[in-house]
Design a protein around this ligand. Structure first.
Ligand SMILES: Nc1ncnc2c1ncn2[C@@H]1O[C@H](COP(=O)(O)OP(=O)(O)OP(=O)(O)O)[C@@H](O)[C@H]1O
Ligand SMILES: [Mg+2]
Length: 301
């Protein structure tokens, strides 16, 4: 595989390689909330890169950008559309099929974009009936079309994040391997357990991903060990390294999976995506990995 991929940086994604070895399909749609109220820990980066990696692995994936900052939409090269996005869906003025957009170059990857009006959603939702369940109702309409749905949350535990919790089956928490990493985690876990008790008993904290890991520092290793001791089965034991190419990719409206697929960050996200897919595959099913590599990359300006 390595020889076939260009290391030159495409400025536009024309098409992407599909992996030779497809990823395992889940028995039913897995819906993840990606949340951590701490800002800048890698929620968006993790969402878009795992989603892109899974789409390259042949899975049908939807990303919902639930953050008014719109970073996930930017990273996927999807316009922050004022006429229709997740805000309009939450307010009932548009349906999901109307606002789902294709991600360029990825036949299997769709996105519902955010726009700045989403910042008003927290206020406007307050007066609505079943205000915590608006997103769930919308996702239920389309979930059968996907293997994986990822909801990228803003760095807060407000009504938007609660809507994501209520609509999901699983919670994915990215944890940055730095000194204050676990600060605020107890508040997040408390919100999770309240939602699980009152709103969505099916929600399960299934996955923790370590981000911006620097293996040379004792601090990163200490944080990893600490998280592993608290969450032995939830932690994905492949940390995402701190890597320049990962942080550069969004400025080219790309994920690192197309921006530099052979870089350490891309390889790590690919491994994490495969691990998540493996954990979700139906038991006792022998998986047929015979998928042909059909795609290409281009558009070097
Ligand atoms: N593995 C990495 N290596 C280097 N930089 C990274 C890595 N992961 C994320 N970053 C950078 O760190 C910053 C924060 O990442 P990101 O936007 O994914 O966090 P976030 O939790 O979604 O932030 P917010 O809370 O604002 O939504 C971004 O500039 C991103 O490019
Ligand atoms: Mg973000």
């Amino acid at each position: 595989m390595a020889d076939e991929v260009s290391r030159e940086t495409p400025t536009k994604v024309v098409g992407v390689r599909r992996l030779k070895e497809a990823m395992a399909k889940p028995a039913s749609t897995r819906i993840f909330t990606v949340a951590n109220q701490k800002g800048g820990v890698g929620k968006t980066t993790t969402t878009v890169n795992i989603a892109a990696a899974m789409a390259m692995g042949g899975l049908r994936v939807l990303v919902i950008d639930l953050d008014p900052q719109g970073n996930a939409s930017t990273a996927l090269g999807v316009e922050h559309c004022d006429s229709g996005g997740v805000y309009e869906v939450l307010m009932g003025s548009a349906t999901m099929p109307e606002v789902i957009k294709k991600v360029s170059g990825f036949p299997e990857l769709d996105c519902v974009s955010s726009n700045t009006s989403l910042a008003n959603a927290e206020i406007n939702l307050v007066s609505m009936v079943a205000r915590e369940l608006q997103l769930k109702a919308a996702i239920d309409e389309v979930s059968a079309n996907y293997d994986y749905i990822f909801i990228d949350c803003p760095p807060s535990l407000g009504l938007l994040t609660i809507n994501a919790f209520a609509a999901s089956k699983e919670l994915l928490i990215p944890i940055q391997t730095e000194y204050y990493a676990l600060e605020g985690l107890s508040q997040l876990l408390e919100t999770y357990s309240v939602v699980k008790k009152r709103l969505n008993p099916n929600l399960n904290l299934s996955t923790i991903v370590l981000t911006m890991f620097d293996s040379r520092t004792r601090l990163s290793n200490d944080v990893a060990a600490n998280v592993r001791s608290h969450f032995p089965s939830e932690l994905i034991d492949i940390p995402i390294p701190r890597a320049v190419r990962v942080s550069e990719a969004p400025s080219y409206n790309q994920t690192v999976m197309t921006y530099d697929p052979l870089s350490p960050g891309a390889i790590a996200y690919m491994q994490v995506a495969r691990e998540i897919a493996d954990r979700g595959k139906p038991k006792d099913v022998v998986f047929d990995s015979n998928v042909v590599s059909i795609n290409y990359k281009g558009g070097i300006a």
